[in-house]
Every structure is written in structure tokens, then in C-alpha cells.
Design a protein around this ligand. Structure first.
Ligand code: FAD
Length: 406
């Protein structure tokens, strides 16, 4: 297992620390709230940071160089993400750069690459994801939104739910059934993209979640016309394309990054040291300190799993199914840390609107609610465990076939 930075990674780390320190405006740094809370920065607010990235060719670090990326390998991406979080830079709404962009690179036509990638790179167009439906989440292939042939393209009808950031998006990508009779059901699906701001037949209805933020939406499709040249990866080939995209989503999910957990642990320790209890502070409780040590060891485990995967990628070029471990282990660990913090903070951790609790407590309460979603988004913890059981541990399924596909 390789736990040290290569000379190239060490150079990148030092370089990033320098430009974050010297070039990123203070207003876009040290924003720990952005790690776990929702931030809706406007394109104008992002601009100074995008200018710094553009100057260094880092607008899309993982994209291949011919498409304007930096061509970073996974090891370099890990360093990039670690330093990004260490600097407290705001989280990107990353559907374009992390998900649909790489998918267009992998499966799109040359015309689609020319048309969309430059605009995704500069964040001129922001995307949102229309996969989940009221009756299709984990079992995504059961989706019932349909796209029927119409001259020059498709008419889309149906409903999506939990569409993060649809209200802020310029474009959407949706999965829809283009062959109603195909069996198995995965075979009749296509991935289509459309202009969400200028299309008739597309409406958005907000869902305000328990943390008080408007993050989710329901999206409705009523005879929405999408031209055929906006099908990505070919008609009825959407399941393959959707899975390319999901692979990018799982690997890039922030819950797998131990920097997040370290930051949350730091907050937990800070609160425990500050809050008065008896003659001293909450920190004096040996039971709490034991719990914190256990959480620290768990974060170390997450870091070492990541190193192991990093080593595997260096050898094989592929993270493999082990990347599912990040999703559920990292997500559950983050929840455990934030729950411990909430226990320490007491009543302040559940009340974010009334005085006398200050902004720190309000942020904590929102985070405690928000992090529940980390074991659901991008594939639930249970589904990730199934993948690990079958693909990594090669355990038999209910029929007794070891390592069998679902
Ligand atoms: C923060 C957040 C952001 C999201 N953003 C988006 C987005 O932008 N676009 C989008 O399309 N969707 C989005 N989603 C939706 C997300 O992809 C789905 O919620 C997720 O796939 C689960 O689907 P479901 O909610 O329908 O739950 P279900 O699939 O109905 O699952 C219900 C429960 O059953 C369990 N379960 C289901 N199948 C199995 C199985 N085979 N074995 C064991 N247990 C199982 C699940 O683990 C879960 O506990 C987001 C969700 C969250 C929380």
C-alpha cells in the first residue's frame, strides 16, 4: 500500500496550498459551512475562483487535456480534493464537471462534445440530474418516464423527484424509456439532455427538506420535445450510459473523503472544549473522549481504505467495486461524528431558528439533518453493501450463485 505522495502529488499539494493562500479571495475561503450545508452561490460569486482555476488549467482537473481538462489521474484528484476541502473552498455543484461532462466524453458524439463540453467547462451551463422517480430509486431501471418518437426527436412525459438543484440548472439530463416493450427493462432506456430554461413542457416544483433548505425539486415533463441529437450514447443505450455516469458519481462523492470527517471531528472537539459542564467543560467527560478516539480511528480506517484503492488504481487503472465502500462507510461515519456533536451540543443542536442559540449551533443543526442524505444520495448504503458483498467479497446471492450479477 502506498501512503505517501509521489513527487508529482507533493508538488501539486504545495502548489495548491500556495495559490489558495495567495490568489483565492478571502470571501471564498474558510467556508466550513459549505462542506456540509447547502450553498447556492451565483455564477458571479463563483467567478473569482473560476478565474484562478482557469489560469491554471484546473477548471476540470480530471478531464482529458484535449477537452480542456488537466488530465489528472485518481491520485492527483485525491490530492486536489483534499486541498480544496482543507482550504475551506465552497463545494461545486458538480453535475456538469463530475458527471455529465465525463459521460459525454466517454459516450457522446463528436458533435455533442464540441457543442457542450466548452460550455460545461466554463460553467456557462449548469446541469441537474433527472434519474429518480416516485416509483424508481434504487431500482432505477423500473423508471416510467417515457420518450416517444416524434418528428426529429422525442416527446417526453412523466415525473422525476429529488432533482437536486433543478431550480438553479440551465440544462437537465434525464433517463426516459424509449422502447416500452424491451426486455429486460434496462434495454429500452435512453439518456437525453435538454435546455431547462427554454423548453416548453418542463416545470419544476420545489421540495424544502428537513434542514430548511430548498435543495430538491420535483420535475414534470408534459410533451417536452427533445431533438434526437441530444440523446447521449445512442437510443436505447441509456442504461450503459447511466452507469458510466453513476460510476463517476460514486467515486466523486464527498462522503468518501476523510478531509470532511477530520473537519467535522475538529468541530466536535472545539465544541466539547468550549461548552461548560460542572466545574469544567464537556471535554472532561472520559466517556466522550473515548468515543472521539474511536471516531478518529474510524477516520484513519477510511483514509487507509482510500490509500489501498489509490494503490490499486495505480496498478490497474480502475478503482473497482471497492469504491462502493467509500460511499457507505464514509457516509455512516460522517453521520456518527455529527450525531456525537449534536449530543455534545444538547438542545442547541435541534433548534436552528430561535434564540438564544448562535449561528454555530444553527449550522450544526442543519448539518445534522442534511447528512442523513449522505447514505441515500447516489445509491443507498444498503445497495452499496450489496455491491460490496457480491462484487468484492464474492458472497453468494439468494440463489447461491457466488459473485452473481444482480
Ligand atoms: C441528498 C440527495 C440528493 C439527491 N439528488 C438526486 C438528484 O439530483 N437526481 C436524482 O435523480 N435523484 C437524486 N436523489 C435520489 C436518490 O438517488 C434516491 O433517493 C436513491 O437512489 C434511493 O431511492 P429511493 O429514495 O426511491 O429509495 P428506495 O429505492 O425506495 O429505497 C427505500 C429503502 O429500501 C432499501 N432498498 C432498496 N432496494 C434494496 C435492495 N436491493 N437491497 C437492500 N435494500 C434495498 C434502500 O436502501 C432504502 O433504505 C438524491 C437523494 C438525496 C438524499
Amino acid at each position: 500500500m502506498n501512503v505517501n505522495d509521489s513527487p508529482e502529488q507533493a508538488g501539486l499539494r504545495a502548489d495548491m496550498r500556495a495559490w489558495i493562500r495567495e490568489e483565492v479571495p478571502a470571501s471564498l475561503k474558510d467556508r466550513p459551512q459549505s462542506l456540509l450545508a447547502d450553498e447556492s452561490l451565483t455564477k458571479e460569486e463563483w467567478k473569482p475562483l473560476l478565474d484562478v482555476l482557469a489560469k491554471r488549467g484546473l477548471l476540470a482537473p480530471a478531464w482529458p487535456k484535449p477537452y480542456g481538462g488537466a488530465g489528472f489521474d485518481v491520485g492527483q484528484m485525491i490530492v486536489f480534493n483534499e486541498e480544496w476541502i482543507r482550504g475551506g473552498l465552497p463545494m461545486f455543484r458538480s453535475d456538469g464537471i463530475d458527471k455529465i461532462g465525463p459521460t459525454i466524453i466517454a459516450a457522446g458524439s463528436e458533435e455533442q462534445k464540441q457543442r457542450f463540453l466548452p460550455r460545461i467547462l466554463t460553467r456557462e451551463i449548469i446541469f441537474a440530474q433527472g434519474y429518480s422517480e416516485p416509483g424508481a430509486g434504487s431500482d432505477l431501471a423500473s423508471l416510467s418516464t417515457r420518450a416517444d418518437r416524434s418528428e426529429g426527436g422525442f416527446l417526453v412525459n412523466g415525473q422525476k423527484i429529488w432533482t437536486s438543484g433543478a431550480h438553479l440548472a440551465d440544462w437537465m439530463y434525464v433517463l426516459a424509456r424509449t422502447d416500452q416493450n424491451a426486455r429486460p427493462k434496462q434495454k429500452g432506456i435512453s439518456l437525453l439532455i435538454f435546455d431547462a430554461r427554454n423548453s416548453k413542457g418542463f416545470t419544476i416544483s420545489p421540495i424544502v427538506s428537513i434542514d430548511g433548505f430548498h435543495h430538491f425539486n420535483q420535475t414534470f415533463y408534459d410533451n417536452l420535445f427533445i431533438p434526437e441529437n441530444q440523446v447521449i450514447g445512442g437510443v436505447n443505450n441509456g442504461w450503459r450510459v447511466a452507469n458510466i455516469l453513476l460510476g463517476h458519481e460514486r467515486f466523486s462523492h464527498p462522503a468518501g473523503n476523510p478531509q470532511f470527517h477530520e473537519w467535522a471531528l475538529g468541530q466536535l472537539k472545539k465544541t466539547a472544549r468550549e461548552l461548560p459542564a460542572g466545574e469544567g467543560t464537556v471535554w472532561d467527560d472520559p466517556g466522550l473522549r473515548r468515543k472521539i478516539v474511536q471516531l478518529e480511528m474510524d477516520v484513519d480506517c477510511l483514509r487507509y481504505i482510500r490509500y489501498r484503492t489509490q494503490t490499486q488504481i495505480a496498478k490497474t487503472g480502475n478503482p473497482g467495486h471497492e469504491s462502493s465502500i467509500f460511499k457507505f462507510y464514509g457516509g455512516e461515519l460522517l453521520q456518527a461524528i455529527i450525531e456525537a456533536h449534536a449530543e455534545v451540543a444538547g438542545p442547541g443542536s435541534v433548534n436552528w431558528e430561535a434564540e438564544p442559540f448562535g449561528e454555530d449551533y444553527r449550522a450544526l443543526a442543519r448539518r445534522a439533518m442534511r447528512c442523513r442524505g449522505y447514505t441515500i444520495a447516489g445509491g443507498t448504503a444498503e445497495v452499496q453493501r450489496n455491491i460490496v458483498a457480491k462484487r468484492v467479497l464474492q458472497l453468494p446471492n439468494a440463489r447461491g450463485d457466488a459473485g452473481a450479477a444482480e
